[in-house]
Design a protein around this ligand. Sequence first.
Ligand SMILES: [Zn+2]
Length: 227
Amino acid sequence: MPKGGGCSTIITLMTIYSFYQQLYDWYGPQQWWPCRSGQPWEIICGSILTQNCAWSNVEKALDNLRQEQVCSPQAVLAAAPDRLEAAIRPAGFFRQKRAYLQSAAEFFLTHAEEYRCSTDLAGLRLRLLALKGIGPETADSILLYAFQRAVFVIDAYTRRVARRHLGLPDGLSYDRLQAIFQAALPQDVQLYNEYHALIVRFCKDSCRKSGCGERCPQPAAAIIPGL
Ligand SMILES: [Zn+2]
């Protein structure tokens, strides 16, 4: 439970949960992760490639990787760098992302099993964050969507919804915002998976960067002190 705030904190936490229920009523299950194989490695690739890139372009890059039969950590490490870069080019920043993929491939070649089984979630997360090109959003996407671990993913859409509709102040750190969502929700992988996907859907459908749309509820009234 976040510190401070008393009753108003509880109201905010309830708002976070009831907003999930509202989105679910509107849109139904989103059934992410949107990948073909459902294999952890494809999800890890997608999590890295989607940095600063629209998903439609990530799909082109993933298609290329499939065509080139570069669909496993082993294959990524065996591929010539220029071949790998050509395949992921549609996702942009292809030199950087090639290096990130190789670093992740090396790591998961030996550590994937721990990510499925270890109970030290905080430790697993820290080790991901130490990898080249993996920030909190990518690390948490990998933990949640590739390994079904209960960590809530924060992204720009989550921040927008938190600010406009959940009464949360701007400028909270990634970890703070994540802690608030996790305090508000049952620790449930499926729910975390769906809620993040529903927020993305809601932002594309209504709560756009340029402003709120038809589906958007009235802005949340209170900015809660102490959160
Ligand atoms: Zn809105």
